[in-house]
Ligand binder design. Sequence first.
Ligand SMILES: *Cc1c(COP(=O)(O)O)cnc(C)c1O
Length: 386
Amino acid sequence: MSRSSLKFLPYGRQQVDEDDIQAVVETLRSDFLTTGPKVGEFERAVAEYCGVEHAVAVSSGTAALHAAMHALGVGPGDEVIVPPMTFAASANCVLYQGGRPIFADVDPGTLLIDPEQAERAVTPKTRAIIGVDYAGQPCDWDALRGIADRHGLALVADGCHALGGEYKERKVGTLADMTVFSFHPVKHVATGEGGMVATDDSRLADRVKLFRNHGIATDYRQREEQGSWFYEQVELGFNYRITDIQCALGVSQMRKLAGFLVRRREIAARYDKAFASVENVAPLSVRGDVRHAYHLYVVRLSEQVDRAKVFSELRAAGIGVNVHYIPAHLHPYYQKHLGTAPGLCPVAEAAYERIISLPMHPGLTDADVDRIVEETAKIADPTGRG
Ligand SMILES: *Cc1c(COP(=O)(O)O)cnc(C)c1O
């Protein structure tokens, strides 16, 4: 078969089946397009899955991060500690609130926030730590909790990669004061755009609910007294509502999450086994006390190979590799407005030069995975053993 006849394998992709489509169609025929019964159903599905008291759905993972920062009362003068090895939204949410993200470098093996670096970044202005469960591997949440408790900080999990992940047999969603999820199509569960904040704290959940709806409070007793037209805007919020159409898809997708995770873990195991005998390609380390959710499958290339060459040749071979991530503090906006610069987080910066994300999504077949391994080995391993 010629190369051009092989299908392109994206790094991530939603899996939408006929029953998902039917669920959306049913909602389109219903009375509710936006906030209706499907929103609550989706929230309960995620809350029950994670074993958390409250889950509040919003329009994106980014909105969920923003709402979490608002709920905690982060504002001007406040600092929030974040890792650099993440999507910029993890840090942008602090800026939305007028606060300052402080970057704490990552562990060289897992590329998760290094608790020692996080503690070193604490100042009297620090309000919270955002841990990012990068690639789907939970952070060392006990260590982060220890730091938060010692210094009186809130703990937020950016769990956008890690729905279904576990740390010491505790599910992602229960490990921080608030956990944020995304339902972008490359994530575990797709709603098109969508996000959620999971928390056991009803006060924080209520603050997120206010924030997603302009800061409008609808007190039912007041409505009864004053008429059903009555509402009051008590805070400055946004329209961060998610629609019933999206949540119908989310509810249907949640039924498949367990199966998606099984397949993601099978694919990771197949990659791990194959790369064990390929020179110059090493998967990131995975700690023994976690169950990885594998949003991404990231490998590190040795200094012997040219990452740019591996990237472009894999793309030419129809393999949709990517790089996650350009360290957030190196984005021009951050360098310009926060004065961050190369050298601030040397571990993340060095890792960034060597990492590459291989395709990882439940729709990949074993033959797809074997093809990806073979092509990667052909380019990266001069011994040709792969
Ligand atoms: C996807 C993602 C987000 C943002 O989610 P959206 O739903 O795209 O807004 C935030 N943080 C991380 C780590 C992500 O991967």
